[in-house]
Design a protein around this ligand. Sequence first.
Ligand code: NAD
Ligand code: UDP
Length: 337
Amino acid sequence: MYSFRTYGRQKRILVTGGAGFIGSHLCERLLDDGHEVVCLDNFFTGIKDNISHLLKHKGFELIRHDITQPVLLEVDWVFNLACPASPIHYQYNPVKTTKVNVLGALNMLGLAKRVRARILQASTSEIYGDPDVHPQKEQYWGNVNPIGKRSCYDEGKRVAETLFFDYMRQNKVDIKVARIFNTYGPRMRPDDGRVVSNFIVQALSGKPITIYGDGTQTRSFTFIDDMVEALIRFMDYETNVFEMQEDYTKPGFSGFPGPVNLGNPKESSILDIARTIIKLTRSRSTIVHKKLPEDDPKRRCPDISLAKKTLKWQPSTTLEKGLKKTVEYFQKRGARS
Ligand code: NAD
Ligand code: UDP
C-alpha cells in the first residue's frame, strides 16, 4: 500500500513526548525520511532507551523539558504527543494530566503561532467517552463523564481540541487534530498497565492474565508502524478544497485540520486479545477476572472513511502479525521497566 511517499522537502520537526512509545517511533521514521528532529520530553513515562540509538544521528536533538512551561524553538512542524497515555499513568497525578493537555497545548500552539509552524495534536478516541454510537464518526460529540477518574485525560484532550480549533479560527494557526485509537507495538512499557503490554508480560512470565470485567468490552488496535504512517500522511496532507462538513471548517485555510479518526475498523474483544496472546506465546497462563475500572468504555471502534478518502490510509498489519512482533520485542527485552 505504501509504495511511495509524497512528502518531500526536509523540515525541522519538534516531537513533544518524543521519548514515549509512539513518539520514539515517529522520531525514528522522520529521521529516516531525512528530516531534522527535535525530541522534547520530561521523561515522565518516556525512557531514554527508546531514543538512545538516535542520539548519534546528526539530525537528532534531545531536550529535557516539561511542556506545561513555555519553550522557544524554531521549527516547521510540531507533533504534540506529550501526555501520559496509559490510565494508570494519567490517573497518577490527574491535575498534572489536565495541565499537560491544557497548558501544554497553549504553549505549543503559542509556539506554532509565533513561528508559523504547522501543529498536530495527538487527540484520542477517549474524547468519545463511553460511546453510544457505533462505529464512532468524527461528527459524534461523545458521551463523557466530566467528573470521573478518566476525566482528567478525556476532558483534557477535549479542551485541547477546542484550543486547537480556536487558534485556527482566531490566529490562523495551521492545525491538525488526529483522534488516535488504541495503538500497540514494541516500546510499550511492560509496567504501563495497558492491555496489550499487560497480557504479553503476564503470558511470558506464566502469571494469570487479568481481564477486567467479563472481557466482552471491545477496542480496536492499530500496530505502531501503521499509526506512524497515518500521522505523517495527515501532517503532510494539504488541500485547497475544504473537506470537513462541520461549521467550524470555514474557508480561509488551505490546510485540512480534521479531526480525523486514526485507528483500526476491526473491533476485538478483550477476551479475544487474551486468547490470541496465550496462543502466540504458547503460555500456560490462566485467565482471571478482576473488577472493571470506573467508566471503562464498553465498545470502541472507529469509522475511518475520512482517513481512507483523504489520506488514502488504512491499517495494513493484522492483529496476529502485530502482536507477534510485540511479543518478540518483550521476549528480547525482558520485563524490566
Ligand atoms: P507514552 O506515555 O508512551 O508517551 C508520552 C510521552 O510524553 C512520554 O515520553 C512522556 O514522558 C512525555 N510527557 C508526558 N508529560 C510530559 C510533559 N509535561 N512534558 C513533556 N513530555 C511529557 O504514550 P504514547 O502511547 O506514546 O502516547 C503518545 C500520545 O498519543 C499521547 O498524547 C496520547 O494521549 C496519544 N494517544 C495514544 C494512544 C495509544 O494507544 N498509545 C491512543 C490515543 C492517543
Ligand atoms: N484491560 C484488562 N486487563 C488489563 C488491562 C486492561 O482487561 O490488564 C482492559 C481495560 O479494562 C479496557 C481494555 O482492556 O477495557 C483496554 O485497556 P487499556 O488500558 O489498554 O486502554 P483504554 O481503556 O484506555 O482503551
